[in-house]
Design a binder for this molecule. Structure first.
Ligand SMILES: *Cc1c(COP(=O)(O)O)cnc(C)c1O
Length: 490
């Protein structure tokens, strides 16, 4: 293999080199722009041949780790393989070429595909209605909780119900959503078995509570064993139960959250239904809801009227949460995935995800602590606290995994687990890849005992070593500034 060339395109530039030919214009030449609108000097773009440009970008791509290069056990995020058929469907010209402002009469095909997805989500969640508008799980939460607030307002109870309950194991978006909706966030503790603490819940419930936001299975990867009691207690207090559907891939096709008492929930289609994600978007976070909340759904809502599909503004809508009926390209991928698998396939998908996680849970049990010792759902949460004796932390284990060719798991989440390592293999992995991952995790635990320095400096074989992540997030350098420009000034 060639030695890596780290120079940027600007640094590779050679004056006069060209990578493309511009055809002669097919229209008459126009008057030049007035002088004051013209650049005084050429823009100083890099000058390279086509082969150099291709090699530059392919080289950058090879530095990346992705689900297409290896296992990506990032708990909660559900980094499963995205079948290529999904992309092909979304790329069909009738779909990809449709304009969001095209009238309904000319959009029946794309609306039909979206409507079918809406119906499938309703069937899988056991809820009366659904919206495809929200552009992410987090925005789905915001949409759902704004609908919850509108429902209380409609009953004249909004003034009084100022609190939203959130388990102490929750994803950060839950309290953030409640706060954005103007609520006071109250944390509910977790009991020693990893369930919601029922006494804690009862103590927090009252006529000042608007709702409880709950992830099922919870963010410890565990089935919430008191879910029916929880739903009764919440409803008994006049509040609503909101579901964070990020972990729906553990139960889809087996349990319908609507049957358990959830009043609304979002579905992270980029997790459960295999649409691409990472890097901040684009995403989609449809919300399903009970009939009582349907009048508050965002605008536009896709409905069938006299055999035609139309986009309408529901009667007491919370308004718009985005420019159109949702991230259509992402939603179509989810629709294709659902169509390909069917209900039986979805059932198999979630069963395999749970089986894979439990396989790793048992294989790693001797080496890594399990804070809650019971079968898990689609992800297994470990604690690296035992390695602290050797001065090794969860972060070191995660970084060392990179040298072994694996993407690190989620670290330090949920917050209530000390030195947390949250591993979600997903159903995409074979037994061989799970075994290879377990072997790497065991080897790292051995290294922690014998050569802990090896872990402190990891990764050793990655394109870049240990980074200052706080600085990288706070002061990212997003723009190349020439120290000494190789591009001629004019
Ligand atoms: C991913 C995730 C979210 C947020 O979803 P996005 O689609 O990333 O906005 C919320 N809660 C949990 C438990 C998650 O894993």
């Amino acid at each position: 293999m060639n030695r890596r060339d780290d120079r940027l395109t600007f640094e590779r530039s050679v004056p006069g080199r060209r990578g493309l030919g511009v055809p002669a214009p097919g229209v008459p030449e126009q008057e030049p722009l007035p002088g004051e609108l013209r650049r005084a000097a050429p823009p100083g773009l890099p000058e390279l041949s086509q082969a150099e440009v291709v090699r530059y970008y392919v080289g950058l791509g090879r530095l990346n780790y992705s689900i297409e290069t290896g296992m990506y056990p990032l708990g909660s995020c559900t980094m499963k393989y995205n079948p290529k058929a999904n992309d092909e469907v979304a790329g069909l010209s009738g779909f990809a070429g449709a304009h969001p402002l095209q009238p309904d009469e000319l959009s029946q095909g794309v609306l039909e595909a979206l409507w079918e997805l809406q119906e499938a989500l309703k069937a899988l969640t056991g809820m009366a209605e659904a919206t495809l508008c929200p552009a992410a799980g987090a925005q789905g939460e915001l949409t759902g909780m704004l609908m919850v607030r509108a429902w209380h307002r409609g009953r004249g109870e909004d003034e009084r119900r100022r609190k939203v309950l959130v388990p102490d194991s929750a994803h950060g978006t839950n309290p953030a959503t409640a706060a954005m909706c103007g609520y006071q966030v109250v944390a509910v503790p977790t009991d020693p078995a990893g369930n919601m603490d029922m006494d804690g819940l009862r103590a927090a419930l009252g006529d000042d509570v608007a709702g409880l936001m709950l992830t099922l299975p919870n963010t410890l990867g565990l089935w919430e064993q008191h879910i029916l009691e929880i739903a009764d207690a919440v409803h008994g207090a006049g509040a609503l139960l909101y579901g964070d559907g990020a972990n729906f891939n553990a139960i889809a096709g087996h349990v319908r959250p609507g049957d358990l008492g959830f009043d609304a929930m979002h579905v992270n289609v980029h997790k459960t239904f295999s649409t691409p994600h990472g890097g901040g978007g684009p995403g989609a976070g449809p919300v399903c809801c009970a009939a009582a909340l349907a009048p508050f759904l965002p605008d536009p809502h896709i409905e069938r009227r006299d055999g035609r599909l139309v986009r309408v503004r529901p009667e007491r809508s919370i308004g718009r949460v985005g420019p159109g009926p949702g991230s259509v390209g992402v939603l179509l991928r989810a629709a294709a995935y659902l169509r390909t698998l069917g209900l039986d396939g979805i059932r198999e998908m979630s069963a395999a995800a749970v089986l894979n996680a439990n396989y790793l849970r048992v294989r790693l049990a001797a080496t890594y602590d399990q804070p809650y010792d019971r079968p898990c759902m689609h992800e297994a949460v470990f604690s690296a606290r035992a390695l602290r004796r050797q001065g090794v932390r969860a972060l070191d284990v995660a970084k060392r995994l990179i040298d072994y060719g694996f993407h690190p798991p989620t670290m330090y989440f949920p917050l209530i687990v000390e030195e947390a390592l949250m591993i979600e293999p997903t159903e995409s992995e074979t037994k061989e890849s799970l075994d290879a991952f377990a072997k790497a995790m065991h080897a790292i635990a051995d290294e922690a005992a014998t050569e802990p320095e090896l872990l402190h400096d990891a990764p050793h074989d990655a394109p870049v070593g240990r980074l200052d992540e706080a600085l990288a997030a706070r002061r990212p350098v997003l723009r190349w500034t020439p120290e000494q420009s190789v591009v001629p000034a004019g």
